[in-house]
Design a protein around this ligand. Sequence first.
Ligand code: IPE
Ligand code: IPE
Ligand code: MG
Length: 253
Amino acid sequence: MNLLEQIKNNKIPKHIAIIMDGNGRWAKKQGMARIFGHRNALTAVREAVIGASEIGTEAVTLYAFSTENWNRPKLEVDALMTLLTKSLKKEVPDFQKNGVKVNAIGRLTDLPKKALETLKEVIDVTKTNTKITLTFSLSYGSREEITSCIKKIATKVKEGVLDINAINDNVVHQNLYTHNLPDVDLMIRTSGEQRLSNYLLWQMAYAELYFTDVLWPDFRREDLYKAIYTYQNRERRFGKTSEQLDGEHEQTT
Ligand code: IPE
Ligand code: IPE
Ligand code: MG
């Protein structure tokens, strides 16, 4: 049995988040400028999204640009924004063909006007697609998200529309950029770095973390399958004991 057949018969992660890292190093290895790596990252995006969609994953969330990435050289930032705008436009027919609903999280008002307009258009034309939700994290930082969530909740309390004692996990969830997404089940980070870099800290509270040395432009379906296979062979205990989980398993089978 090949890897795909094996993973298909097992628990599929509903929501996969990916820190797409290593574009700069990929380009540098070939003596090219960093932006060459970003330009060659699109195939990996397609492979990850379509690969995940084919096996039944409901949501893929990609870290495309962080709040900290604004501190990169202006030339690289500008090139990334142009690339984002062009790629989004170019991919629309494929999004429609594959049932991809585009979504975005982050402080989107930071984006250049053209990029934001294109993003809104693409979100609008794909809004009735149902096969998979593809979320781009743009000008996204988990601390910024949590800070803005606190402000939203505090405003509601101040205005008297929310009782302070009614604040719970669900209220927090409803006020995050990811309010329409389930918790992350599996987080994949490429390029060998083992850190979260301010990504989805609330949403990954119980995610399985998977790190691979593959640089993002080289990432293909097989790499996704390996990550899912690893995920399926871990025991997600959510604080319980192994024995309890065995008991629950027996009851449901
Ligand atoms: C990830 O690749 C893409 C973005 C952060 C936009 P990098 O650009 O971080 O590549 P490395 O980590 O420098 O190799
Ligand atoms: C994280 O990658 C952000 C994205 C992938 C968009 P970085 O390359 O910016 O992260 P650090 O700086 O190595 O932590
Ligand atoms: Mg990087």
